[in-house]
Design a protein around this ligand. Structure first.
Ligand SMILES: *[C@@H]1O[C@H](CO)[C@@H](O)[C@H](O)[C@H]1NC(C)=O
Length: 459
């Protein structure tokens, strides 16, 4: 039987204000002089730039429009009008991201990848975003930093998407039904789901039931998409027991974007309006631009509540893999509860990270700091023999810690491509298809910070 536990953590702004926060470079406070102008982000809400002028005063921070995170921002008018993300402060690299992570490497990492997870779609979406912004994903700093960022991103997304085989989360929509030009899903409770055949015995939306996971109804535009109510499309006939997936914000895409708030935020950046993904969240499961784009948005743009950091910054400035995991799934995996689904999930995540690191050819893994218990998990994984793909990285770590004054050994583990092919069919892969949502809800719309960490423990 599945047990379901929900943990709600409330952190008052009072607490977070104690820790020193770097200033938000996009804040309109101090947005004066030269080419700077405080303007509105009309992708979030329709407003005139003149309405943002009051945000120049720090005393206005609780007043609309200044109280909507990112609605008014400080534009450097010498640059195209795209609201930048947090900068790393690093130099732009010359090597293009997809010249480093090649199609051959992608095929090695994900031999069973399905549409919309195409290599071409990944490269095109990176290029689209890197054209818009000065802060380039996978294209900042040294070549080593570029490879390290790639490996971390690929480790996480390979895990989240079950090696790029799952466009949608299993429980709400393991498989779609096409009828009369429409796409429908049969959402399932864990206890009614046949994991072997990925088939739902009893629909959650039959007999008046509703599917309302990942729907925070207190969050409405511009803070989040309007969701549900998600009932069965028809109470009899072909559409009985099926729901319209475009009303629900369950996990989709390479990072399994979930929650109505996250879909809205990703849409504002990727499509320059809220409506694209609010009206059609299914695009994240069907269109390479959004299947990859939502993962790239999460990586480069999504800030955890009350913090001025991103996965991109964690990789490049902090040299940390643990820090990016903490942003992606910290509430569930940093640390994971023993004997939970997530305790196993961390093992597969680490294995994928080691595999990606070998394929991309990094010199050493990023640090596991920033995620409670992760360094210990990595050690345990080696000792128990559950992470054979990590053994050569373990060896490198040992060499370095024995001789801390020496420069890191430039020894790149020699990997044999065939070795990586094998695990594509191993049983542990089907295990991680039993994943639940990852990118959890984050809403900081009110005067205080609310973090909702919602855990659906499968075991
Ligand atoms: C742990 O890693 C080392 C390499 O550092 C390897 O030799 C050893 O076999 C691994 N342990 C297990 C149980 O796989």
């Amino acid at each position: 039987m599945a047990s379901k536990s929900i943990v709600v953590a409330l952190a008052l702004a009072l607490l977070s204000s104690v820790s020193a926060q770097p200033p938000d470079p996009l804040s309109c406070v101090n947005c004066v002089g030269g080419d700077k102008k405080c303007v509105g982000d009309t992708a979030i809400q329709l407003l005139d730039d003149s309405e943002c002028v009051i945000c120049l005063k720090s005393s206005s921070k609780w007043t609309w429009p200044c109280n909507v995170d990112g609605l008014c921002w400080c534009w450097d008018t010498t640059k195209p009008r795209f609201k930048p993300t947090l900068p790393t402060g690093l130099e732009e690299a010359t090597q293009k991201p997809c010249d480093i992570f090649t199609e051959k490497m992608f095929n090695e990492l994900a031999p069973n990848a399905v549409h919309p997870y195409t290599y071409e779609g990944l490269c095109d979406t990176i290029e689209m975003l890197n054209k818009r912004y000065d802060e380039k994903i996978f294209q900042m700093g040294t070549l080593d930093q570029q490879k390290n960022e790639w490996a971390a991103f690929l480790g996480h997304t390979t895990h989240e998407s079950a090696q790029y085989t799952a466009p949608r989360e299993n429980l709400p929509c393991a498989r779609t039904t096409q009828l009369g030009g429409g796409t429908y899903c049969k959402p399932c409770a864990n206890e009614n789901f046949d994991w072997e055949n990925r088939y739902c015995e009893i629909s959650l939306v039959s007999n008046g039931g509703m599917y309302e996971e990942y729907c925070d109804k207190t969050v409405t535009p511009p803070f989040g998409c309007v969701c549900g109510p998600t009932t069965e499309v028809e109470t009899s006939g072909n559409l009985k027991g099926l729901m319209n997936p475009n009303f629900a914000f369950f996990g989709r895409g390479a990072i399994q974007l979930s929650w109505n708030a996250n879909y809205a935020k990703a849409s504002a950046v990727l499509a320059e309006n809220l409506d694209t993904l609010c009206a059609q969240p299914e695009l994240v499961a069907t269109d390479p631009t959004y299947a990859w784009g939502t993962a790239l948005w999460f990586w480069g743009f999504n800030k955890p509540p009350g913090e001025e950091t991103t996965c991109h910054i964690q990789s490049l400035n902090e040299g940390s893999f643990g820090g990016s995991l903490n942003i992606i799934n910290g509430g569930l995996e940093c640390p994971a509860h023993p004997n939970s689904y997530h305790a196993d999930a961390i093992v597969t995540r680490l294995r994928y990270y080691c595999i990606a690191a070998s394929i991309v050819g990094v010199k050493r893994l990023l640090s596991f700091e920033g995620c409670d218990g992760l360094a210990k998990k990595f050690e345990d994984c080696n000792l128990s023999g559950m992470c054979p793909e990590c053994n050569e990285w373990m060896m490198l770590a040992e060499v370095d810690s024995d001789e801390p004054t020496k420069a890191p050994t430039p020894k790149v583990p020699t990997h044999t491509p065939t070795q990586w092919r094998q695990w594509a069919d191993e049983a542990w892969l089907s295990d991680i298809k039993r994943r639940d949502s990852s990118a959890h809800s984050v809403s900081s719309a009110l005067g205080y910070v609310v973090c909702l960490f919602t855990a659906y423990l499968v075991h």
